[in-house]
Design a protein around this ligand. Sequence first.
Ligand SMILES: Cc1ncc(COP(=O)(O)O)c(C=O)c1O
Length: 397
Amino acid sequence: MANDTSESAKAAKLAALRVALPATSETVYLNSGTNGPHSRALLDATVAKLTSDFELGRIGSDFYPSVMQEAAEIRTMLASIMGCDADEVALTRNAIEGMNIGVMGINWRPGDELVTTQLEHVCLFNLIGLAAHRHGITVRTVDIGNGDGDVTARLMAACTSRTRAVVTSHVQWSTGAVLDMTDLAGACRERGILTIIDGAQSGGHVPMDMHAFGVDIYAIPGQKWLCGPVGTGAVYVRRESMGDVLPTYLRGGSFDVNGFVVPSPGASRYETAEVNPLTGAGFRAGLQWIVDEVGLDWAYDRIRQLGERCYDGLATIPGIHLVTPRGQKAGLICFQIDGMTPQELTATLAERGYTIRYVEQKPSPLVARISCGWWLTEDEVDGVVDEIALIVAANAA
Ligand SMILES: Cc1ncc(COP(=O)(O)O)c(C=O)c1O
């Protein structure tokens, strides 16, 4: 009975939360790895801000102080979500901007080495390539398979005395593998190597604790698992590592006209623009709603359970090959299908009301990818698994 009550309380909580996320009724929302659904709190705050800017103008003496206050509140909120201090957080426009702040901020010398994996996102490979061209650094790309097993050992085996940074993702976008951040950062620190982590698929998806991880730089987007607007994100820079990460562009600081400059204190030195007042208002209100109404621990637990359910369901379907490592998964489940491309499966599922995506960027494997956001019901997860079973069986017949 007690169990019934807690089950029904859980269902009632979920139903109420889903009302505040109308996009989750429009489709079975299985693609937060691209963009999460917006909450009504985000919508209301954005509209209110646009309305007040429209009606009152943007030149009152309180306009800029209020923009700065908004930014401070977002940094504080993200710091509590990321497990760090607010002055270690810089606001960005996406994940890759934060990765640029890290990778381009190092005072590279020709012949220095950067170690990464073959699974990284295309945008990150572009950035690494640019850094290699610009600074004459050597890139060592380690094949870590699907990200299973002791990834730290494989990365460390590629490091030499010239290695300055290991650059990889916390959650791999094309396999869903969750890497052990504490282990990786510890091994790197022992060797004096910086860790620069792409958190594009981890922010809002798995628990983050920068101080416990011990990483140096960690970039997240707002628009994916945190359900924020496009054009939002943040980068954590460990306080003790700020001396190793020079601002590539500079806006805030103090100077003398002969060319001496002291950048702004803390990670805000890496910010080159004010927060956009509209996206900022929406982002903050949306985050507040997730923290207060959803609860991050509840969300992380639910994502993990739904990921498990999805994985176990797919594992029973003949002709499905799971790419996600069983022992290192969370809510991002990647797989391949005998006799059918992930593109075909994605298109057929879309016709039936399920929105997933495929990843087709080499050197990542070609996969179909399901993002198990906390807003999904168990029936929806079972539904997509059943639908995939029907599609695969019909294709094989
Ligand atoms: C692992 C990874 N890195 C980077 C990106 C790019 O994200 P953003 O647009 O936030 O820079 C993505 C987007 O899907 C991603 O999955």
